[in-house]
Design a protein around this ligand. Structure first.
Ligand code: TNX
Length: 514
């Protein structure tokens, strides 16, 4: 692609080859015109409701950062060249922490028309403008001594609304600084949901005002005795705002009624003996649990979920529910039901891992499939009873799985997950019997038992997160492995430029697109 693009500055025709955007747009074609030059004087004009002005500023920042220039937002069209016009319907809702279902796909839709004089962006809503900015940023190239966007025409809209990433900050803690970088990488791939796995046996990562010892005591532990950490209420609000400005909803997960050793360490009243459990820094799962018969249990669930719901600006709360290997189904159902009821009482939509299927989760609840070793019958039944289905099949999208046998980092209980494994799968056949319209989307997950540093984290996420993003965004009839493998190297160069670690899997010829 480098060769194709180098002629852009002077040639009348545009570059050859596929337009290198990941995830692949519905339609993208090079135009037979000169490129748009990103030089001083480029400016953004909003032609839309005043509520969108912050989004216009963000679009200007994204384009400016990709080009290495300052891009201001202006309020009138002087007719001169160098203008990026953002067109929104007058009644477009502002950027917000909306639900991410199929009814939002229209506001995510966008079009881009790049010519030598101006760039015209049209979008169904503010989210669409952000996606347009992400696409434009991926097309910025150095050519003939300048920085340009080649002339191109794009029309685009996502396939699924929930395009997520779950990050386990409980086994090892990753704080706001690292998560800001994760959010930036997600925005580049047009993802919409950051799910934070905030609690587990090894640590509790969110301040809970009604139970201060949760973070106060169990915030500082982590796997192998590594340093811990936790989010204060303000940290969490700040992170939510940072994500929201980039069109991403933060979904907090409090994992119950298993994976709770950190809670049992902080509050002995939750254990049958009344004595706190010792801290746990190993990586076994399934051994810890709440007890429905203890007097402290229901108030704990009620207060913790109420606090979390109050702290959560987005519409979703995730209550975990997975891997409680020492509890019978009736007690599990009762405890999950108690937790879900608190989320519902606070006006939230409840999300849970597949084990919660069968419990009373409230209207519009979402069941997250992860373990394909289990019979999906209960998940199918929950969907038939009204739940939405979120797909996280471990072998495809658990980005803590090793790339191959030689990977130093990661686990392999679901197999190894190469880039092509993360790419080449059909969301519609993961759970046979579920109609396509009940699938809310796809979520990758990165568990951090073996991941200590930001480089560890990013080298597992990248490039596989790009593959998952394309499966979630792009219509299957328009994409395929060869096209993805040809487009992804350009993106990898951006990751390198941003100082992000990524894993150069040998399934792709990385130099070809650089
Ligand atoms: C399964 S996925 C888990 C996690 C582990 C992960 C490791 C899920 C709901 N539970 O507790 O961290 O595997 O890959």
């Amino acid at each position: 692609m480098a060769g194709a693009v180098s002629g852009v500055g002077s040639a009348e025709r545009g570059p050859a080859g596929p337009v290198p955007i990941v995830p692949a747009p519905v339609r993208a074609e090079w135009q037979p015109a000169g490129p748009f030059s990103l030089v001083t004087g480029v400016r953004v004009l909003l032609d839309g409701p005043p509520g969108a002005v912050q989004v216009a500023a963000r679009v200007a920042d994204v384009i400016g950062a990709a080009a290495g220039i300052e891009v201001p937002v202006v309020t009138s069209d002087d007719g001169g060249p160098g203008l990026v016009v953002l067109r929104l319907p007058a009644d477009a809702p502002g950027l917000g922490l909306h639900r991410v279902g199929a009814d939002r796909l229209a506001v995510e839709q966008y079009g881009v028309d790049v010519g030598p004089e101006r760039i015209v962006v049209t979008a169904g809503g503010c989210e669409g403008l952000l996606h347009a900015a992400a696409s434009l940023a991926q097309l910025v190239v150095r050519a003939d001594g300048g920085v340009v966007v080649p002339a191109v025409l794009i029309e685009d809209a996502p396939r699924f609304g929930w395009r997520g990433l779950s990050v386990d900050v409980a086994r090892h803690f990753f704080g706001p600084e690292v998560l800001h970088v994760v959010i930036d990488a997600m925005a580049q791939l047009k993802l919409t949901v950051l799910h934070l796995h905030l609690t587990d046996d090894q640590g509790w990562r969110l301040e809970i005002p009604s139970r201060p010892l949760l973070a106060g005591l169990s915030g500082s532990t982590a796997v192998d005795g590594d340093p811990g950490g936790w989010f204060t209420v303000e940290d969490f609000a700040g992170l939510t705002a940072y994500a929201a400005e980039r069109g991403i909803v933060v979904v907090p997960e409090i994992d119950l009624p298993g994976h709770v050793n950190a809670a049992l360490h902080a509050y002995g009243e939750l254990t049958p003996s009344g004595a706190p459990e010792p801290e746990f820094t190993g990586i076994d799962v399934g051994f810890s649990r709440l007890h429905v018969g203890l007097p402290a249990t229901e108030p704990f669930l009620r207060d913790v979920l109420a606090d979390v719901a109050a702290m959560t600006q987005g519409p979703y709360v995730h209550i975990g529910g997975d891997e409680v290997l020492t509890m019978d189904a009736a007690e599990h159902r009762a405890l999950v039901g108690l937790a879900a009821a608190r989320g519902v009482a606070a006006g939230k939509t409840v999300v849970g891992w597949q084990e919660v299927a069968g419990a009373d989760l409230g209207p519009g609840a979402i069941v997250q499939l992860w373990d394909q070793r289990e019979d999906p019958a209960r998940v199918v039944a929950a969907v038939e009873a009204g739940a939405g289905l979120l797909l996280s099949p471990a072998r495809r999208v658990y980005l803590d799985m090793k790339y191959d046998e030689s990977s130093a980092l990661g686990l392999d209980w679901a197999g190894t997950t190469g880039l092509r494994d993360a790419y080449d799968w059909d969301p519609l056949t993961v759970v046979p019997g579920v109609p396509a319209e009940r699938i809310v989307g796809i979520e990758a997950a990165v568990w951090t038992e073996t991941l200590r540093t930001a480089d560890d984290l990013f080298s597992m996420l990248l490039p596989r997160l790009a593959a998952v993003a394309e499966v979630a965004w792009s219509a299957p009839e328009r994409i395929g492995w060869d096209g993805f493998a040809a487009r992804v190297p350009r993106l990898a160069r951006r990751w390198s430029d941003a100082g992000l670690a990524w894993h150069p899997v040998d399934e792709v010829e990385w130099r070809a697109g650089a």
